[in-house]
Design a binder for this molecule. Structure first.
Ligand SMILES: Nc1ncnc2c1ncn2[C@@H]1O[C@H](COP(=O)(O)OP(=O)(O)OP(=O)(O)O)[C@@H](O)[C@H]1O
Ligand SMILES: [Mg+2]
Length: 844
């Protein structure tokens, strides 16, 4: 047992061969059968306990929630005192609210998981002597896994092979710069210095490697708390808003209930009856369906987005997408076709040069790992010369913007470097003349070359500078330090056609109130040319160097007016996003590269595309299956729809529901009997819940999709302050008419009040669901019509039908029913008129 526990600690100190033996593996990994066996022993390779709670556990968790617990106590009291209708109703309420919640949540979870799985991360694992794609969860100790740039490390382990692999271990060590990884045995005391080990949750940002898995799941360095902490997001503004509203309602409820209870006791009313009445009020006041409505609305939103080919990984991100008012995007793939082709290779004099192309091909073709788009374009035009091989390399890094390969062939040893023109020129001291000699580079030449790069960038060409250095026999390189004293050879120019559909998509986002900003690692002239070609309404420009010179407050001061960012490093992308967030914007970022992952993570709505690198997809909340900004505009509208529907429920809860309960509390003190029996209040509440179940399906106003929405507590309060009192005025009118107009008995009073309050609550749903004139708005969803009208019918049937005496209801004279109908009609007319006042929010 100690043997198994030990490798998890300082496993990098065990020599490679010993480790392979200990894990019972080989250079070509495990057999599929052995892997299955180990999976059963070690469990799935996940840190978060994704195993969904069993049904019983889910129900159990809800039964101990305070509100439900109160209800259960109330049911017990009812049962013990022989109040069977009360008992039945409470039991029904508990069953319906818990059942609905669990079933709907379960379905939503299943659906969401199904979608998530369609974009799940897989790894290249050796099984039965072959490399196969295996879901990361099924990786076990002893597996041999191929890693390449852009991929996540799926488990902890040691390297069996490294071809210039570099890992970003910021999650583990806090160090933002990539660290080189090579084969060997390390004496390091902690993971940060273990050069031969890689760790789950970190990313390979350059090169390629093969690893032997030593620990999986919770046994990894980041296994326990850290990974789930890193994965946990702060709540969105919307979630915070809902939470605050919930707390507010909770406090009001507690206050009202205590007040009623004490007052009743003060009036010498029967304690048990007073207690049950107070409990019923509390239940009536609580928006117990809110979690269900939120989950169901969101998961329905996720389904609809899936039909538009957007996969939602984190449900709440739908809100963020709806609230987004700034979208930042990288350039390649979203604004361009990402069909990068080599246009030409030119020497120092500007004339086409086969020599430059050959050098570029050596660098692109002999580098290890998956070729990048630029590399592939070079190789398509010109394969590397035969007879050359690579001895070492310093893979491309986004901070350095260069890559170099130490090549040997034709009796020569050369370090060949390519990269962003200014980055390559910065490491050059010589130029190559037409006859192949190198001469010192003058300042004038340097200026000329930079000017030429800028000029061609302005024509839309993406440029790489090509340089080299002779190396002596036996001389090798260790990292990028040898990229100095280079001889500049020339440029390779690439074209990536702009995507014509991008202009329309940006315009559509603009119409939705979303401003688009471009954050690119490419040169400023290239970005500006693209913006011109597409006719995008973008202004201002900041370059990476300028951003570097600014501290964060300085950057915050600039970002509002700047739409273009060029030559930006991965960390600067992140800084720009944070600066925009500091302005109170809800920021989206869409990108596909290793260099985009930090910004995707920092954004409120992190977006990536299906073909993106693993790290980008892992950091994203939403993944576009088609790399098209147009789809995003639809996603934004979808996000706003879910917001609008949740707000409908909130508005109903805070106005009619709350108003009713409040006036009942007040009435209970003014009249000598209970305005409704506790069981009747609960029944009322149960039926009202049923009536609202169709809300997640409902259509929303056209105008609700037109603007970004954040949580607006002011709007909620304004609505409550107008609609709540309105409802109370009519309630009090009802009380008056019943008591003094008709001189009713307590039973008749309760029956009439029950019917009036059900009818007004349910029918007003059709007014509150829209900001515009009720009958001109998009018609309500059949599900909403069905749930609300059947709840109402059920209310009538229970109050006036054969079960009525059991529930404490009494038959009503026709005149009284007519009066109630008139009151409800009056209320609805007043509500329709006043709702305009109540919802005249942000529009003003
Ligand atoms: N394989 C490579 N070898 C050498 N240099 C490279 C390579 N890939 C990129 N570069 C240089 O690094 C710069 C930044 O990389 P890249 O253009 O991929 O960044 P980006 O932010 O993803 O850009 P975009 O906004 O176009 O997606 C490039 O403009 C180029 O000069
Ligand atoms: Mg990119």
């Amino acid at each position: 047992m100690t043997d198994r526990a030990e490798p998890a600690k300082r496993f990098w100190a065990v020599p490679q061969d010993a480790m392979i033996t200990r894990l019972g593996s080989g250079l070509t990994g495990l057999t599929a059968a052995e892997a299955r066996r180990r999976l059963a022993v070690h469990g799935p390779n996940t840190v978060v306990d994704r195993a969904r709670l069993g049904l019983a556990a889910k129900v159990g968790r809800r039964l101990i929630e305070p509100l439900v617990a109160i209800l259960l106590v109330a049911a017990l009291v009812s049962g013990l005192t022989g109040d069977w209708p009360g008992f039945a109703i409470i039991a029904c309420i508990v069953a319906v609210s818990v059942g609905l919640d669990v079933v709907q949540e379960h379905r939503a979870e299943l659906a969401a998981e199904h979608l998530r799985n369609s974009v799940a991360v897989k790894a290249s694992v050796w099984r039965d002597g072959q490399v196969v794609m295996v879901p990361v969860e099924r990786i076990v100790p002893g597996d041999v896994v191929n890693l390449s740039a852009g991929g996540l490390v799926p488990a902890d382990g040691i390297l069996l092979e490294s071809r210039g692999a570099q890992a970003n271990e910021a999650l583990l060590t806090g160090e933002p710069y990539p660290v080189g990884k090579r084969v060997g045995t390390s004496e390091a005391s902690g993971p940060a210095e273990a050069f031969n080990a890689v760790f789950a949750g970190t990313a390979i940002v350059a090169g390629a490697a093969t690893m032997l898995v030593v620990a999986t799941g919770r046994a990894t360095q980041l296994g326990g708390v850290a990974a789930s902490l890193a994965a946990r997001r702060p709540p969105t503004a919307f979630e915070k808003g809902l939470h605050r509203l919930g707390l507010l309602i909770l406090r009001l409820t507690a206050f009202l209930v205590l007040f009623v209870l004490l007052a009743h006791l003060g009036f010498q009313r029967p304690p048990l009856e007073s207690f049950m009445f107070a409990v019923a009020l509390a239940v009536g006041l609580t928006p117990e369906l809110l979690p269900m409505v939120t989950t169901v609305t969101l998961s329905r939103g996720a389904m609809r987005m899936a039909r538009k080919r957007v996969v939602v990984k984190r449900l709440a991100a739908i809100h963020d997408l709806g609230a987004m008012d700034v979208l930042c995007t990288d350039k390649t793939g979203t604004l361009t076709e990402a069909k990068i082709a080599l246009a030409d290779a030119s020497g120092l004099d500007g004339a086409p040069s086969q020599r430059v192309l050959d050098l570029a091909a050596l660098n692109a073709g002999l580098a290890s790992g998956v070729p990048t788009a630029l590399d592939a374009a070079i190789l398509l035009a010109n394969p590397p010369a035969p007879g050359w091989c690579a001895l070492a390399e310093a893979p491309f890094g986004f901070e350095r913007r260069r890559s170099s390969v130490l090549c040997e062939g034709e009796g020569q040893r050369l370090l060949v470097v390519k990269g962003a023109p200014e980055a390559v020129l910065a490491a050059c001291t010589k130029t190559e003349s037409a006859n192949g000699n190198s001469v010192p580079m003058t300042d004038a030449t340097r200026r000329d070359l930079i000017a030429r790069a800028d000029a061609r960038g302005g024509e839309g060409f993406r440029l790489l500078g090509i340089a080299w250095r002779p190396m002596s026999e036996g001389e090798t390189i260790e990292g990028p330090d040898s990229e100095a004293d280079l001889v500049f050879a020339g440029f390779c120019a690439f074209l990536d056609p702009p995507k014509p559909s991008a202009a329309k998509a940006v315009a559509r986002l603009g119409a939705l109130g979303v401003r688009v900003k471009i954050i690119s690692g490419d040169a400023a002239p290239v970005v500006q040319h693209l913006v011109q070609r597409l006719g995008l309404p973008c202004k201002g420009l900041l370059t990476g160097d300028e951003i570097d010179a600014l501290d964060q407050p300085g950057l915050v001061a600039r970002v509002e007016d700047v739409d273009l960012y060029a030559r930006v490093s991965p960390d600067q992308k992140r800084r720009v996003i944070l600066a925009l967030k500091a302005h109170g914007h809800t920021v989206g970022f869409i990108g596909d590269g290793i260099n985009d992952a930090p910004a995707i993570h920092a954004a409120d709505a992190g977006l990536s595309v299906a073909g993106a690198t693993e790290v980008a997809r892992a950091a994203a909340d939403l993944i576009l299956l088609a790399p098209d900004l147009g789809v995003l505009a639809e996603g934004v509208e979808e996000g706003r729809r879910t917001y609008a529907n949740i707000m409908k429920y909130v508005r109903m809860g805070t106005s009619s529901n709350f108003g009713n309960m409040a006036s009942m509390a007040v009435a209970s003190l003014l009249i000598p009997f209970l305005p409704l029996l506790p069981a009747q209040i609960l029944l009322n509440n149960l039926l009202y819940d049923l009536s609202e179940m169709g809300i997640p399906f409902d259509a929303v106003d056209a105008g609700d999709g037109a603007k970004p929405h954040g949580w607006d507590m002011g709007a909620v309060l304004r609505f409550t302050l107008v609609m709540g009192p309105l409802s109370s005025v009519f309630d009090l009118a009802t009380f008056g008419i019943l008591l003094w107009g008709f001189g009713v008995t307590p039973e008749e009073f309760r029956t009439a009040w029950f019917i009036e309050s059900m009818a007004s609550q349910v029918l007003v749903i059709f007014l509150i669901r829209t900001h515009s004139v009720a009958w001109r708005a998009a018609s309500p969803h059949p599900a909403l019509i069905a749930t609300s009208l059947s709840a109402l019918a059920l209310a009538f049937a229970l109050a006036l039908g054969p079960l009525a005496p059991m529930l404490g209801f009494a038959p009503l004279p026709g005149a009284l029913l007519a009066a109630i109908a008139a009151l409800v009609a009056g209320y609805l007319v007043a509500a329709e008129v006043l709702k305009r006042l109540a919802t005249r929010t942000g529009q003003a």
